[in-house]
Design a protein around this ligand. Structure first.
Ligand code: MF3
Ligand code: CO
Ligand code: CO
Length: 294
């Protein structure tokens, strides 16, 4: 067999990309450091780190997701049926060469999740009509050139009441605070800690049963990203990780029940629930949202 190894000189730049000389870096190590870290995250946690081309692919999918959210926002008004939102999302996604990930995912029957008022998540679009004062979360995941991006927003329908304004404000701030914890060296627990602290300081509660998740090559990948927890707990963040942060925040108690359709999650006390979600990349010095909105 032909030897394809290219000889690297002791004083050449190290092939691991560190910027150091080979002799000061990976010379004598079994594998370059970055390869070791990658392999250990894959083996220990089943986390698949993303490379530059993957990141661009997810970013492209993410652009489509937020454009679709903008389209939905422009059409949301009292009187629209939730299955009309489904049609909008489905057709816009297909028109742009992508696939709506929810459709037939584990038996989910529609192309988008639409969750009104006390519905925490996974609402199935149907004949229900949005009415003035409702809040509605629209959660969109698109697959573009095999890459997945996942984001959601909670919208006001018509004029919100004070409870609606409060829960949407708190949930949105929870996402921002969670995102601001994302940088190499921090842990997944730091994200949940920041979210839980804010939600509870406002007298709201954090849903435990659903969590953020790795995303990009698949809809739901490791790791899980809880929206509650303790500082310093959990996996340490490293560049190339891509995951969602998607806190579900209740105005009342944290408990939920699943309706007979086996999908729709509602607050047990029927209090309002709101959610915001973005797909986040860990960079060398912080984070980048691959589904950026503010
Ligand atoms: N988009 C949801 C999430 O943020 C998952 C929806 S699963 C579905 O993870 F089947 F309901 F679409
Ligand atoms: Co989602
Ligand atoms: Co998600």
């Amino acid at each position: 067999m032909k030897n394809r190894t290219v000889k690297v000189g002791r004083n050449d730049p190290c092939p691991c990309g560190s910027g150091l000389k080979y002799k000061k870096c990976c010379l004598g190590k079994s594998k370059p450091d970055s390869d070791n870290l990658k392999a250990s995250y894959a083996k220990k946690y089943r986390i698949r780190l993303k490379q530059a081309a993957d990141i661009q692919g997810i970013r492209n999918a993410g652009r489509l997701v937020i454009d679709t959210l903008d389209l939905v926002e422009s059409e949301i008004r009292p009187g629209i049926r939730t299955d009309e939102i489904n049609t909008l999302v489905h057709e816009y996604t297909i028109k742009h060469g992508a696939i709506p990930a929810p459709l037939n995912y584990r038996g989910f029957p529609k192309s988008v999740c639409v969750s009104i008022n006390e519905v925490i998540c996974h609402g199935i679009p149907g004949e229900r009509v949005l009415k003035d004062g409702d809040i509605v979360n629209v959660d969109i995941t698109s697959i573009l050139n095999k890459y997945y991006a996942d984001a959601s927003k909670t919208f006001f329908v018509g004029t919100p009441g004070s409870n609606a304004r409060k829960i949407v404000r708190v949930a949105k701030k929870c996402l921002t605070l969670g995102m601001s914890m994302v940088k190499p060296g921090n842990t997944i627990g730091d994200i949940g800690w920041a979210i839980q602290k804010h939600a509870e300081s406002q007298g709201c509660s954090v849903v435990r049963e659903f969590v953020g998740h790795g995303v990009g090559f698949d809809f739901h990948e490791p790791p899980q990203v809880p929206h509650f927890g303790r500082k310093g707990e959990g996996i340490r963040l490293i560049p190339g990780m891509v995951f969602t942060i998607e806190p579900m925040i209740n105005l009342g108690e944290k408990e939920l029940v699943i309706l007979k359709d086996n999908w729709t999650a509602v607050t047990q006390d029927r209090s309002l629930s709101a959610q915001f979600e973005q797909t986040i990349l860990v960079t060398d010095n912080g984070f980048e949202s691959l589904t950026p909105y503010d």
